[in-house]
Ligand binder design. Structure first.
Ligand SMILES: [Zn+2]
Length: 162
């Protein structure tokens, strides 16, 4: 994704109040992020660990952000839980349940969406791990390229649903 500044990020939220967006703390590695290898920017708030954020720029160049809330303890890597964004079945990281308020009136009425996500939003790194070669997928990099596209599509459609 294209690099974003803090101001754009704070202004991008579709389901957070201005006050909530103002209170967020950027990721600790914000100044050294490798934007090119991210389909979306996701992080846990260093000061409010229950809070997570996903920031995504779609094909039309619109940047939208989600405020999420972790709802239960993370499940260990290798358990049955699968992140709904990267859908990696051999996840090297923990997956947990998050809820996010719907945008607009639905959200003001208390409507939320739940989803399983990598607890530290490692999806972009996960999809770049080359799978072992097999007869069906002789070129691991082709698989990686497909996964990157699929991750991008899933994040886009999730934000559309919110
Ligand atoms: Zn993931």
């Amino acid at each position: 994704m294209q690099p974003l500044n803090e101001k754009t990020i704070r202004a991008s939220f579709i389901n957070a109040s201005r006050q909530e967006a103002k209170k967020l703390t950027p990721p600790e590695n914000f100044n050294s992020l490798d934007w090119e290898s991210l389909e979306y920017l996701g992080w846990r708030d260093p000061k409010m660990p229950q809070r997570g954020y996903m920031i995504y720029t779609n094909a039309n160049g619109e940047t939208r952000g989600l405020l999420l809330r972790a709802t239960e303890g993370a499940r260990k890597a290798g358990s049955a839980a699968m992140c709904e964004m990267c859908r990696d079945v051999t996840l090297p990281c923990a997956v947990g349940m998050f809820t996010t308020r719907r945008s607009g009136q639905a959200g003001r009425d208390g409507d939320t969406l739940g989803t399983l996500l990598c607890t530290r939003f490692e999806c972009s790194a996960n999809v770049r791990i080359a799978p072992p070669k097999d007869p069906i997928n002789p070129d691991p990099m082709v698989v990686v390229a497909q996964r990157i596209i699929q991750l991008d599509e899933r994040v886009n459609s999730f934000i559309e649903r919110v």
